[in-house]
Design a protein around this ligand. Structure first.
Ligand code: PGA
Length: 246
């Protein structure tokens, strides 16, 4: 299966900084063996859409509203993202779950909104350090995925899943390839029970993935790409992860 490397810019970037970053990525695009995307803040969708137009770099968003349209101040709908040719949308990132109290049900609904608009949701799951230490990792990620399976039923093979242990996100503490593969295998098995097409779901790893640890992680049988935060803000670092996925 073709791997996917998606950058998650989070709340970073500026009109001035985005252009050279995207242009540096595009310079390398002819050599890519995997799919590549950048998930940008919504105010920069138009800028990045224009920059990547007709190129191999896919445009992504970082969140979507659970609502279709209407009086929801500050929200961005799936249809609006579609207007800018958004291909992927992160849903349920641990920062959204934590800082915005997004529940499993909310995340499942966001995935549904994205799918209905023809956007591939990148659904994030992952345990906190306390949950890992309490031996709850499998239970937590299975519960998070179950909500998305429950709401999205037969469409579940259309999602991208991302395992992002919260203790690894932005901390420099990467899961070892074995730790990550163990959880990815659990998630794959759960998807297989839900859909006969589960084997085509890409399961990304995210959490301090960088140029030096990417190859080991991406060599695991159930790791089908990466969701990259910090290292996605520098073209050279991001491109070496893309190269490691080839
Ligand atoms: P990180 O972030 O690579 O900076 O750990 C990953 C993410 O939050 O998607």
């Amino acid at each position: 299966m073709k791997k996917l490397i998606a950058g998650n810019w989070k709340m970073n970037g500026s009109l001035e900084a985005n252009a050279p970053l995207v242009q540096a990525l595009l310079m390398d695009a002819s050599g890519w063996a995997c799919d590549v995307a950048v998930c940008v803040p919504p105010v920069y969708l138009a800028q990045v859409q224009a920059l990547v137009h007709g190129n191999r770099l896919n445009l992504g968003a970082q969140d979507v509203s659970t609502h279709e349209a209407g009086a929801f101040t500050g929200e961005v709908s799936a249809a609006m993202l579609k207007d800018f040719a958004v291909r992927y949308c992160i849903v349920g990132h641990s920062e959204r779950r934590h800082y915005h109290q997004e529940s499993d049900a909310t995340v499942a609904l966001k995935a549904q909104r994205a799918l209905a608009a023809g956007i591939t949701p990148i659904v994030c799951v992952g345990e906190t350090l306390a949950q890992r230490e309490a031996g709850l990792t499998e239970e937590v990620v299975k519960r998070q995925l179950a909500a998305v399976v429950h709401t999205n039923g037969h469409c579940i093979s259309e999602i991208v899943l991302a395992y992002e242990p919260v203790w690894a996100v932005g901390t420099g503490n990467t899961a070892s390839p074995q730790q990550a593969q163990q959880v990815h295998h659990v998630l794959r098995t759960q998807l297989q029970a839900a859909s006969q097409h589960a084997d085509r779901v890409r399961i990304l790893y995210g959490g301090s993935m960088n140029a030096s640890n990417a190859a080991g992680l991406l060599a695991q049988p159930d790791i089908d790409g990466g969701l990259i935060g910090g290292a996605a803000l520098q073209a050279a670092a991001f491109l070496s992860i893309v190269a490691a996925a080839g």
